[in-house]
Design a protein around this ligand. Structure first.
Ligand code: GLY
Ligand code: MN
Ligand code: MN
Length: 439
């Protein structure tokens, strides 16, 4: 759980960074319609949640550094007793102040009356340009309204600035509490992967394994995965974001599972690939052990001072060398890498930042240079090989093999810690676990 003090620390840090002449506006996520009278489960916008812990739609955070009557303002829905009968608790203006620490709270319906006054004599407006939506148009109207008042000595903001650069750099470095939340999401996600390995049998359908994953998440209070579960039997694993999860699992095939739970809005992201019948074939084992070797080599590159791209470069090196050995590629390793020939079988990057968003925020480059690892960053390491069934000039024995192995890694002072290490991944560990069939 993130404490009210930590939310406050974050708001103060952002206000320090934007400076006295600025104002920050960050809207909540909208409630989205699924179909008539039915909405999708609500998921708060990560930037908004990061600064407030407030979990309702129809809200706007306003930070006004240095404002004497209060710097932290929340616009939200007013408490409505009738509404609470239908959809349950909502904080209301009193709750926004008492539970969420807002210096003041106003009805979300009063934006047009209140925001222009707050913009007066501020120089810069920071807001999320990646997802402006409706706010952008309204902001321009409010600013224009103020510009019309120049003769009465009121000045309007002259700069609109993307808040992402500052805010996302804060989110890139995880606090102890955030690492705790990711650890918990990882712990339950590992349990889910173990459950699936024990439950899997030929003839089951992919969605039945998905049900095992969701069962484990939900039994631990994690009501939603951080992203849709991928359960991909056989060559379905060659579709990187396969989420149909509808096919039967065949004896002799592998199954690739990419699934992670979300805990207090922090995600885990784990992939494991294992044989449907509990035993790797010789060909599957060859490719699997190559991906595993690439993953170990990539993880070994994660330590402060190394660059973001180092694990990827290392994985590409190991995979390309191994593919030449297996006969999947022909030629000189350095030339195959230079010409990007490995991309036929390995077409994605080796990882991404991980946090409140599964593909979390934070720049991967600083200017022209790849970012250096620093303690508190969390990332995934997920090399794979995907040999589509129609791959030309490739021995048939490799056809339809798709493998990804993915772990979540915390950068520490001296190196790194694999937060998801309890999910088995050696051939021996997987095969022996799969002997422990669940009832
Ligand atoms: N689950 C999405 C990813 O691994 O990036
Ligand atoms: Mn991932
Ligand atoms: Mn994943």
């Amino acid at each position: 759980m993130i404490s009210p003090k930590e939310f406050q620390r974050r708001r103060r840090q952002l206000m320090r960074m934007v400076g006295k002449g600025a104002i920050v506006l960050i809207p909540s996520a909208p409630l989205l319609k699924r179909n008539r009278d039915v909405e999708y489960p609500f998921r708060q916008d990560s930037d908004f949640y990061y600064l407030t812990g407030f979990n309702e739609p129809e809200a706007l955070l306003v930070l006004v550094p240095g404002r004497e009557q209060g710097e932290y303002l929340l616009f939200c829905r007013e408490y409505d007793a009738q509404k609470s009968v239908w959809t349950g608790h909502h904080a209301g203006l009193d709750g926004a102040r008492a539970q969420f620490g807002a210096d003041d709270a106003f009805p979300i319906t009063d934006l047009d009356d209140i925001i222009p006054g707050l913009l007066e004599n501020r120089e810069r407006v920071y807001y999320p340009m990646d997802r402006v939506g409706e706010l952008h148009g309204r902001l321009l109207e409010w600013v224009q309204q103020l510009r019309g008042k120049a003769r009465s000595g009121i000045s309007a903001p002259g700069e609109l600035v993307a808040v992402e650069h500052l805010l996302h750099d804060m989110r890139l470095f995880k606090s102890a509490a955030e690492i705790g939340a990711i650890r918990k999401a990882a712990e339950i996600s590992v349990k889910a992967h173990l459950r699936v390995m024990r439950a899997c049998r030929p003839g089951m359908h992919e969605y039945q394994l998905e049900a095992e994953l969701l069962h484990e998440f939900t039994m631990h209070g994690m009501r939603s995965p951080g992203y849709p579960c991928i359960v991909a039997g056989g060559s379905n694993a060659c579709v990187l974001h396969y989420t149909d999860n509808s096919a039967a699992l065949k004896d002799g095939d592998l199954v690739l599972i990419d699934a992670g739970a979300e805990h207090h809005n922090y995600a885990a992201d784990i992939s494991r690939t294992f044989p449907v019948n509990g035993r790797f074939s010789a060909a599957q084992r060859d490719v699997y052990e190559l991906v595993l070797e690439a993953q170990a080599a990539a993880i070994a590159k994660i330590k402060p001072g190394n660059h973001w791209i180092d694990p990827h470069d290392e994985a590409v090196q190991v995979l390309t060398k191994g593919m030449v050995k297996l006969g999947l590629l022909k030629g000189k390793v350095s030339k195959l890498i230079k010409d990007e020939k490995y991309k036929q079988f390995y077409m994605h990057r080796t990882g991404h930042w991980l946090g409140m968003d599964v593909h979390d925020v934070g720049d991967y480059k600083v200017g022209e240079a790849w970012r250096m690892f620093e303690p508190g960053m969390v990332l995934t390491v997920e090399p794979g090989l995907y040999i589509r069934p129609d791959s030309k000039k490739v021995d048939k024995r490799w056809h339809g093999i798709g493998i990804r192995i993915e772990d979540d890694v915390l950068v520490t002072k001296d190196g790194c810690e694999v937060l998801t290490r309890a999910a088995p991944k050696s051939v021996e560990d997987i095969e022996s676990l799969m002997q422990e069939k669940s009832p």
